[in-house]
Design a protein around this ligand. Structure first.
Ligand SMILES: [Fe+2]
Length: 239
């Protein structure tokens, strides 16, 4: 299994402050069945400003210690970019997800739909594919809600990965979201990354309901833990 969104690197953003905590998170992810983790610290001007070199160095240092500790996890570089007026400038020196042209982008509250359209259109024109981080937590992207159940982790996580990680949709329904912005982004070719914790209520019942609806619409093509600390693992990963 692949974790496409994880704040596992120490001392870079609001993830773990110390390397020992990063190692603990790595152990818990491996225990939950993950083989690959994309290390995606925030890049948010004025808040989390660490450069790409710090991310690359952090990945190399943690990977080395994983080998020493015998933790079977392959790390990849990445960032969680903030969709703001600086994003296009930041992409002049990009740090995509691993060797791909995928750019993980989060849409913060307060951003307008017009800005989302304009910025992500420009990102695509620049040759990148935006991966929308946890759309279920973004009010702008809420579809018409479909009541659904939630089946608990970690078995449900495994079902999602085997069923929806690489191919979409599970049940095609391309025109049914009821949200023009969501449809626009899908037509633009964006990828959508769901947070595992959204499906078990970690972020509240509304996020869970939206996540279930988006999953039924076949929106997601990848998932991530969005883990920031070892203490979150029991609730998010079931470990
Ligand atoms: Fe994140």
């Amino acid at each position: 299994m692949i974790d496409w969104h994880c704040h596992i690197l120490p001392g870079i953003d609001d993830g773990p402050p110390e390397m020992e905590q990063s190692l603990s998170m790595a152990g818990l992810l491996a225990q939950a069945g993950f083989s690959d983790v994309y290390c995606t610290p925030h890049l948010m001007r004025g808040c989390y400003d660490a450069g790409n070199a710090a991310v690359r160095e952090g990945v190399a240092a943690l990977q080395e210690l994983l080998a020493v500790r015998g933790i079977p996890l392959k790390l990849h570089t990445g960032r969680e970019y903030c969709l703001d007026e600086y994003l296009l400038t930041s992409l002049e020196d990009p740090l995509p997800l691993g060797d791909s042209l995928l750019i993980l982008v989060e849409i913060q509250p307060g951003i307008t739909a017009d800005m989302v359209r304009q910025v992500l259109y420009s990102v695509v024109r620049s040759g990148f594919t935006p991966v929308i981080a946890h759309p279920e937590r973004c009010r702008l992207l809420e579809p018409s809600l479909i009541p659904g159940d939630s089946r608990g982790l970690p078995g449900f996580i495994r079902n999602m990965f085997t069923g929806a990680q690489r191919s979409r949709p599970e049940q095609p329904s391309p025109d049914a979201s009821g949200n023009p912005l969501l449809d626009y982004l899908r037509d633009l070719g964006c990828s959508f990354q769901g947070n595992l914790g959204s499906f078990n209520g970690y972020y509240g019942s509304r996020s869970r309901q939206v996540a279930e609806t988006l999953r039924r619409l076949g929106i997601y093509d990848r998932y991530g833990s969005d883990l920031h600390a070892p203490a979150q693992a029991p609730a998010i990963l079931g470990t």
